[in-house]
Ligand binder design. Sequence first.
Ligand SMILES: Nc1ncnc2c1ncn2[C@@H]1O[C@H](COP(=O)(O)OS(=O)(=O)O)[C@@H](OP(=O)(O)O)[C@H]1O
Length: 286
Amino acid sequence: MLNQSCACSAGRPGVWQVCWQMSLSLQPVLQGLWSHLQLNETHLLGFGVETEEQSAGWDQEETLCICICVHLHVGQGYDALSMMPKALDGQIVMEKTPRYFVTVDTPARVHAMSQDVKLIVVVRDPVTRAISDYTQIISKTPNIPSFETLAFKNRTTGQIDSLWSPLWIGLYAQHMERWLAWFPRNQIHLVSGERLISDPAGELGKVQDFLGLQRIVTDKHFYFNKTKGFPCLKKPEGSSKPHCLGKTKGRTHVSIDPEVIRKLRDFYKPHNQRFYQLAGQNFGWH
Ligand SMILES: Nc1ncnc2c1ncn2[C@@H]1O[C@H](COP(=O)(O)OS(=O)(=O)O)[C@@H](OP(=O)(O)O)[C@H]1O
């Protein structure tokens, strides 16, 4: 059941917002619209438009209500800094938006906001990343074509569709180059997604060093949870119980034709090499 009031966050400076709330009994139409909106988020972002706080639910009369907030970022004047929470002395404010790494205008905008901001990017094997991305997309929009279909412009000739969002995002070198045009390499810290799983304390140790923090988070804070198949926190702050990440993190991936995986590995090889050079480190993706 969806509450009738729409959930847009109001009054944020530099952002215009529109809020729609629809209630129709045309289930298939709305499901299609919902899929369309989710698939086109990247496209919308390209134009500086972002959807936020999307929610959908069925009311008691079995009609679908959708509430979508569209935030239109007004030119370059989007004042992100004033939207950040105030920090006390000794506190660091962090903002986490995975899409910033790949959104074309973001480096310039972040630079206009702060030239000495510290940037952290978590990167993982782009092939695994693409499959993870697709697994997430298909969990929300089950009727889309297969990964194998979407990954190719032409499957017969083997031509990869590098503009398909899950593959395009994995072209890390090209995204990194855009950031390096605005920020020196030493202001960007790269976290290995693989080591974040195999050695979370080690990887977070480097993050703490990069942020100039004392190494407080160490091995003793983690344990390997066999059921989850991932490291989890022994005792998160403010709780006495262990905590693993939620169901949408670390889920079983859709199984993909090994031949397609091989083709994708070949496709990414030169891009990965270029990324290792820019990064000054080899992430070992084969
Ligand atoms: N400790 C722990 N527990 C669970 N999952 C972990 C952990 N550490 C890293 N990972 C990996 O994080 C992946 C999910 O991150 P996301 O890409 O969804 O993050 S993001 O919020 O979009 O940035 C997720 O990807 P998937 O395995 O594809 O779900 C995990 O592989």
